[in-house]
Design a protein around this ligand. Structure first.
Ligand code: PLP
Length: 384
């Protein structure tokens, strides 16, 4: 099928597969062992760390390998509360459109007594900076805002938030999972103190990612143990980490071309879909977004019905976050943007990738014209 769900995950790059196989077959010793094979694994780990750090714009010592963004987000939030406690920094300030995994953790913390406040977004999904400013104060343990939204692709004002946070002495965490590989922003230039990401969103393997912690900032570990400079215990996932490095290197090499390619196809897809029917509404239309993400609705046609029709015609995509696709809850992101429950449940996300081809976009538009547009005519939708 035409795969338009790259924000959920991407294919593993051939370079990453090759390097991973090589590690699995040859470099399987424990990097903590002091014998020769262990030291060879240790050198490979250090090399992979340098490669990933070069791509992300951080120092090797600022990089902690984790099992992915979810774990990195947990270290960021739970670590912030642990370190803030002594100074009376107890509040968490997050955007209302964070990833469901991060919001679920925040909900758990709130039920246990942590004050959690959410920064609202406008109808286009843009963060309200004034509200962010008003919520920040010296008693905030962490400001956490994603770099780009996974459902709409809308970019968040990372540099401006970094300034606000710095002015108040508040640590600033960015869930950069969707940003990496789809934006030129790097950790050093972002002004953030912490970054979370997952390798599988940029053609690396699943189950590996990183938390970047700005040099000089001490951050409590969740997993005790001496690996990762005492910041994340447990034997390192060397095959995954090397695959991550290979994917990062590949992404660095082709980033400019990838971005131009994605943007051209995305623009073509949006223009063609809008031309099909006036009920096609694109969320975040006209605001700064990732170059690969189209979140839209066909009037109020139910997303599940739309996705079924598309898949039967050979196009796979998803509604909102993949993790909530099985549920019938409307997307919290679209509700935060002021959509009605009906509108939110009608929204689908088409996310393009490095290997998406022009003929696949043309095919997708043809499929929508053939199987979705007739439904719109039948439903006699309201057109605003
Ligand atoms: N944060 C964002 C913005 C995401 O898009 C995702 C991916 O679903 C995650 C966090 C979680 O990533 P992972 O499931 O790899 O831990």
């Amino acid at each position: 099928p035409v795969y338009l769900d790259h924000n959920a995950t991407t294919a593993v790059a051939p370079e990453a597969v090759q390097e991973m196989i090589d590690v699995l077959e040859r470099v399987w010793a424990n990097p903590s062992s002091t014998h020769g094979p262990g030291q060879a694994a240790r050198r490979l780990l250090a090399d992979a760390r340098n490669r990933v750090a070069t791509f992300l714009g951080c120092q090797a010592t600022e990089l902690v390998f984790t099992s992915g963004a979810t774990e990195a987000n947990h270290i960021a939030l739970l670590g912030a509360l642990a370190r803030g406690k002594a100074e009376g920094c107890t509040r968490l300030v997050l955007s209302a459109v964070e990833h469901p995994g991060l919001l679920a953790l925040a909900a758990r913390l709130r039920s246990e007594g942590t004050p959690v406040e959410l920064i609202p977004v406008n109808a286009s999904g843009q963060l309200n900076l004034e509200a962010a400013r008003a919520l920040l104060g010296p008693d905030v343990a962490l400001l956490s805002v994603m770099g780009a939204n996974n459902e709409t692709g809308v970019l968040m004002p990372v540099r401006e938030l970094a300034e606000l946070a710095r002015a108040q002495g508040v640590p600033f965490h960015v869930d950069a999972t969707q940003l990496v590989g789809k934006s030129g922003l790097r950790f050093d230039a972002s002004g953030a103190d912490l970054w979370s990401l997952s390798a599988h969103k940029l053609h690396g393997p699943k189950g590996v990612g990183a938390l970047l912690i700005r040099r000089g900032l001490s951050w409590p570990a969740l997993q005790a143990g001496r690996q990762e400079r005492n910041r994340r215990g447990g034997t390192e996932n060397l095959p995954g980490i090397v695959g991550f490095a290979a994917a990062a290197e590949r992404a660095a090499r082709t980033l400019a071309d990838d971005l131009a390619h994605l943007r051209a196809l995305r623009d073509q897809l949006e223009a063609s879909l809008k031309a099909l029917h006036p009920a096609v509404q694109i969320h975040g239309d006209g605001v700064a977004r990732l170059p690969n993400t189209v979140c839209l609705r066909f009037g109020t046609l139910d997303a599940e019905q739309v996705l079924n029709k598309l898949e039967r015609a050979g196009v796979v995509a998803s509604s909102g976050a993949a993790c909530t696709a099985s549920g019938t809850q409307p997307s919290h992101v679209l509700l935060a943007m002021g959509a009605t429950a009906l509108e939110a449940k009608a929204s689908v996300r088409l996310s393009l990738g490095r290997h998406t081809q022009e003929r696949e976009i043309a095919h997708t538009v043809a499929v929508v014209r053939r199987v979705i547009v007739p439904l719109l005519a039948a439903a006699d939708v309201d057109v605003e």
